[in-house]
Design a protein around this ligand. Sequence first.
Ligand code: 5AD
Ligand code: SF4
Length: 459
Amino acid sequence: MLNLISRLLAFFFCYEYNNFEHMYQFYIETYGCQMNVYDSELISSILISSDFKQTHDDRQANVIIINTCSIRKTAEDKVFNRLKHFESRKKKKKDFILGVVGCMAQRIKEDIINNFPFVDFVIGPDEYHNIVKAIIDSTQGIKSIKTVLNSNETYEDIIPHHFLSNGISTYVAITRGCENFCSYCIVPYVRGKERSKKPEVILKEIEKALLKGIKEIILIGQNVDSYRYEEVDFADLLQRIAINFPGMRIRFSTNHPKDISNKVLETVAKYPNICKHIHLPVQSGSNKILALMNRKYTREYYLERIKAIKKIIPSCAITTDIMVGFCNETDEDFKETLSLMNEVIFDHAFMFKYNPREGTYAYYNLKDNVPEEIKIERLKKVINLQNKLGLLSKKNDIGKTYEVLVEGTSKKNKSEYMGRNSQNKVVVFSSPVPIEKGTYVNVFIEKVTSATLIGKIIK
Ligand code: 5AD
Ligand code: SF4
């Protein structure tokens, strides 16, 4: 009762002074890719600078924001389930505000508002500057749908609030949007035109992260290789960052096989603080399928780029994305994917079965004609092969010593520590003395599993 009275008083007090947001605690739930994680940090920064308080417990929150992904149906289904979950709370709590942001907000705005009428606002990836107004409007019963794509929006004025990072590493977006239009992919439609952030803004963002004690930054973009700001290309940007922040580890993702240049590879090789790991999605090993996917490279070109990586950066780990069951994929095409995997030996792969997305070229122009059972069977096959190859690639690490950035204790065994090497492989190790999170140690690798390198600390 007392609680209710004090909340009512707070409500009127805040309303009176037009300072509504003081009483709001927000909670952000994030689905999807690294860019969404980054965007949630932007949103939280915008809200915190308007005096909203952040909570990491959704039960404490009276503003819940769901940052969504549209890449596959499963990602969207998760969000629909969460919205149903919050519906009952919405009925019980009058002053509780629920917003949907991100790629689903952009893709199916009206559907969300029509099918989930209790949702208060829907905001797409280029309209986060309007989120405070949308929340305040919601308190007056006004619903907002803000989904204009703006190819000038890079949020250069906002330093993200790194609440999702582990305190050791964090994302820094260098581009937004994508213009590659792979025929299966919804991203260009929901995230708009590609744009690059000013190098000075990126450097400032890294500087701020450094001051907060961050030890590793991950430069992100849908295609980092197409970064360009005036005369500065991606390799130039990497070099500038490597020179300006010699104590910082630098990672980047995602590269595109059609664009990754030798200049980038040489820059990675040259600077010890640039991590030796390249994520280079191949999708398929068949030229026919690559053409249907509009990937703009051939199997041969991809393999040539892999050769170049291995030659210029011999210690480089290579990871990939693989999609099975794309339109018209025959057994022969699929076998070419398996043979490419055997040829490259990826250290890790994210593997998916094709899922048609309304709005894409493939959805309207190509037949989703690989039966579901075959897609599942092919997915199992690539996963099994990758497990074998991943283990093989890790076995080569036995007997090597790696510099590891310590992230904390191991999840499985609290008396052991875990961190990552430059190749982004998880390393678990024992130590006779306590080790601080965020320090670098040298670990001698004694054994491996398909996911982890295991060893002991050495002087
Ligand atoms: N179906 C299945 N996987 C997809 N991806 C992108 N779009 C789809 C889709 N429609 C995968 C690609 C991409 C990764 C991020 O997600 O492999 O590289
Ligand atoms: Fe999608 Fe292709 Fe752009 Fe990646 S490069 S986000 S797969 S369109």
